[in-house]
Design a binder for this molecule. Structure first.
Ligand code: CMC
Length: 381
């Protein structure tokens, strides 16, 4: 970890500017707006790869050949089904439980099935991670349907990861365009350096804790509105703004109150997020096709105002919310979709950390009192 130098641009709060470890998984250039997965640009990856291919790349460190991809996809398909006791557990959740809470709880509980905490080899950890990646869409779809008083739909092994997720949500084989859009969205969300959830996953693994605990940590960290919870907030914000004419007063109010425009700003990108550029095109195409461009128009206005007033640009969550909305996905599913996509990046980080582990334990700067005189409880006011 870098030493804190008062003259450098390192800020203790939020660990900004601190290099907390090394990685071969992805590279982000925040000043140029570039992102690479294992050396390949996100533009090339998004154009040419499926989620399964990208997951293989992130986890194994190289692009798969045809045979490797086929075996990998088959492995994921075989692991999709949930154990019976897990399905029973999903039926016990109250209607108040959000999708992310259900996902976090169920992923944690799967350790009783996978015997993860009692295993130690690298291959077994990899296998556990693949099992979680494969099951996450099933958990989210089953929970969604049970919560909405619908019968869960078992996974269909003929379908890809993205297709099958949409199928399990709706019971209909999705059209190829919808599935391709979601697949690309998964690809764009799969990995992003030492973001809060991936870093938290690494912290958990660094204590030599198990893979299920790492995923549980990751889901809990992703859930917050400053991270993966942002897309849900974006949709609520767009609903609240309602029409492009209201953008100006909305932004002015937020800026005056030191609030946040959701889906805007990023710790690393000081220019346009390269993932947002791709998602923006997807959102524009889908909105035009669906003949409902209001949210995209609101987005244009927000972009102008935020870059003029704050020099801040949309991040990955802004246009993904419009994409999901156009796929008829309810806003409660937006964060779980992010989690489903990030699950392969998390596994890459889990394995990288295990391979070259040292306990992650930074220093703190103590700002409290010292040497206080102890007061017995009977004398405290
Ligand atoms: N709306 C309004 N002002 C903002 C925003 C925003 N979304 N983001 C940053 N700022 C301003 C902030 O008010 C501050 O201004 P000033 O210096 O005048 O006080 C300045 O930018 C720096 O803010 P910061 O909080 O120090 O920046 P950060 O690096 O800690 O925050 C962030 C990064 C993503 C938490 C923040 O931009 C934010 O809250 N965005 C909205 C939530 C969001 O969209 N989150 C998704 C992040 S990207 C995907 C992911 O990783 O999950």
């Amino acid at each position: 970890m870098a030493k804190i130098n008062k003259n450098s641009n390192v800020k203790v709060k939020g660990l900004e500017g601190i290099i907390a470890g090394q990685t071969n998984i992805s590279f982000i250039d925040g000043l140029k707006g570039r992102l690479f997965y294992r050396g390949y640009s996100i533009e090339d990856i998004a154009e040419n790869c499926t989620f399964e291919e990208v997951s293989y790349l992130l986890i194994y460190g190289k692009l798969p050949n045809k045979n490797e991809l086929k075996n990998f996809s088959t492995t994921l398909k075989r692991k999709r089904a949930l154990p019976k006791h897990t399905i029973r557990m999903l039926h016990t959740f109250t209607k108040n439980m959000s999708s992310m809470e259900a996902l976090r709880t169920v992923v944690s509980s799967l350790s009783s099935n996978d015997k993860d905490s009692r295993i130690s080899s690298y291959e077994e950890k990899l296998d556990t991670g693949l099992s979680i990646i494969a099951k996450m869409p099933t958990i989210v779809a089953y929970h969604y349907r049970i919560k909405n008083s619908k019968t869960p739909i078992p996974p269909n092994p003929k379908l890809s990861h993205a297709e099958n997720f949409l199928y399990m949500l709706t019971g209909k084989i999705p059209d190829s365009e919808g599935a391709e859009v979601l697949d690309k969205d998964f690809v764009l969300h799969a990995e992003h350096g030492f973001n809060a959830s991936s870093f938290s996953v690494r912290v958990t693994v660094s204590t030599l804790s198990d893979v299920h605990s790492a995923y549980t940590t990751g889901i809990g960290t992703l859930k917050g509105p400053l991270h993966g919870g942002a897309a849900t907030e974006v949709l609520l914000m767009l609903k609240n703004i309602k029409k492009p004419e209201n953008v100006s007063s909305y932004v002015n109010k937020i800026i005056l109150s030191h609030g946040r425009v959701m889906g805007y700003g990023h710790r690393i990108y000081k220019v346009y997020d390269p993932r947002a550029k791709i998602l923006k095109k997807m959102a524009e195409n889908l909105s035009a096709k669906n003949n409902n461009t209001t949210y995209v128009e609101i987005g244009q206005k927000l972009e102008h105002m935020m870059s003029d007033k704050k020099n801040i640009y949309p991040n990955v969550d802004f246009y993904s919310a419009i994409v999901y909305h156009n796929l008829n996905l309810t806003h409660e599913l937006y964060s779980p979709i992010f989690a489903i996509a990030r699950s392969s990046g998390w596994l890459a980080h889990i394995l990288e950390q295990y391979k070259n582990n040292r306990l992650i334990r930074p220093l703190e700067e103590y700002t409290g009192n010292l040497n206080l005189k102890f007061i017995p409880i009977s004398k405290r006011k």
